[in-house]
Design a binder for this molecule. Structure first.
Ligand SMILES: Nc1ncnc2c1ncn2[C@@H]1O[C@H](COP(=O)(O)OP(=O)(O)OP(=O)(O)O)[C@@H](O)[C@H]1O
Length: 280
């Protein structure tokens, strides 16, 4: 398995704090994967993302892109940010200009693309993300879900190889979440590697093909979803939920798992779920 991004023993303490936010963080994001990074509030997920696209620099340890150490020269960081797109948790931190059209153009203009190419790419992106009708609206009139889509569009338009999303589904309603996940699947099918941080273990179970679990600035588990979810005790100790579907699968009678039919009556099934303390 080749790794796109690798961190080794990274340490980082924010100025004027005394506890490291990254405390010997070592992890790898496999090329072509859908990686979920989970862990409870404050475990260092956002801090890792800020390191990944060079906004922060580790105080020790190393970070590699395709096996090469990061270079912090201005031109190299500039080039890196086109390959690694970071979508912040809070779109307000990322949206700078007045309208979706202007905002989505911003990165391309910064990267020095000719105006004709900028127009072509932005218009295509607006269509792909279903944002054409909002292109010239003032951004502060838009909903959170729409703002999140605009920040994603502003990153996608640069055609990165890796997209990092910090809690992309937080505060989205179910419909917006489904739309976002469909967009991510489309992008992934085109060969883009995607890593997202999330607290939602059910989403991790259904979406990810690689899982990294962090605690207190370091990685405690990583591997395929099955590898990770089998470590039920560790996950519980970290205060993380076991995905509902995994829990249910484990609780199914052996005969059901081997193909025998569960009760066809929904009330009987509900009674069975409650006597087995699933979802509690
Ligand atoms: N700008 C900052 N200044 C000082 N300390 C910070 C700053 N940002 C984060 N921290 C601290 O660094 C640690 C890691 O925070 P980080 O935001 O990376 O965690 P997280 O896993 O992304 O959390 P969440 O799930 O709440 O987004 C926390 O203890 C946090 O308080």
């Amino acid at each position: 398995m080749s790794m796109l991004l690798e961190a080794q023993d990274m340490m980082y303490t924010y100025p004027s704090t005394d506890r490291p936010a990254l405390n010997g963080l070592s992890l790898a994001i496999p090329t072509g994967s859908k990686t979920a990074i989970c862990g409870h509030n404050g475990c260092g997920k956002s801090t890792f993302f800020l390191h990944s696209n060079g906004i922060l620099r580790p105080q020790s340890g190393r970070l590699q892109w395709k096996g090469t150490d990061y270079s912090y020269r201005k031109a190299d960081i500039h080039a890196l940010r086109q390959r690694i797109g970071l979508v912040f948790q809070d779109p307000e931190q990322q949206l700078i200009l007045n309208t979706p059209y202007e905002d989505i153009s911003y990165g391309l203009r910064n990267a020095g693309f000719p105006e004709e190419e900028i127009r072509r790419r932005v218009e295509q992106m607006l269509v792909r993300m279903g944002l054409t009708h909002l292109a010239d609206q003032p951004i502060h009139h838009l909903s959170l879900g729409q703002k999140k889509r605009i920040t994603l569009a502003g990153i996608l338009v640069l055609e990165p190889e890796l997209i990092l999303l910090d809690e992309p589904t937080a505060y989205l309603d179910p419909k917006s979440e489904v739309q976002l996940l469909e967009q991510l699947d489309r992008i992934h099918a085109q060969g883009v590697t995607i890593a997202m941080s999330t607290h939602d273990m059910n989403l991790v179970y259904t979406w990810a093909d690689w899982v990294i679990v962090m605690d207190q600035g370091r990685v405690v588990l990583s591997g395929t979803p099955l590898d990770v979810f089998q470590q039920t005790d560790t996950l519980m100790t970290l205060g993380l939920r076991i995905p509902m579907l995994y829990d249910l699968w484990l609780a199914l009678p052996e005969s059901w798992r081997n193909g025998a039919a569960p009760p066809r009556d929904m009330e009987a099934f509900k009674a069975w779920v409650s006597t087995h303390h699933i979802l509690q």
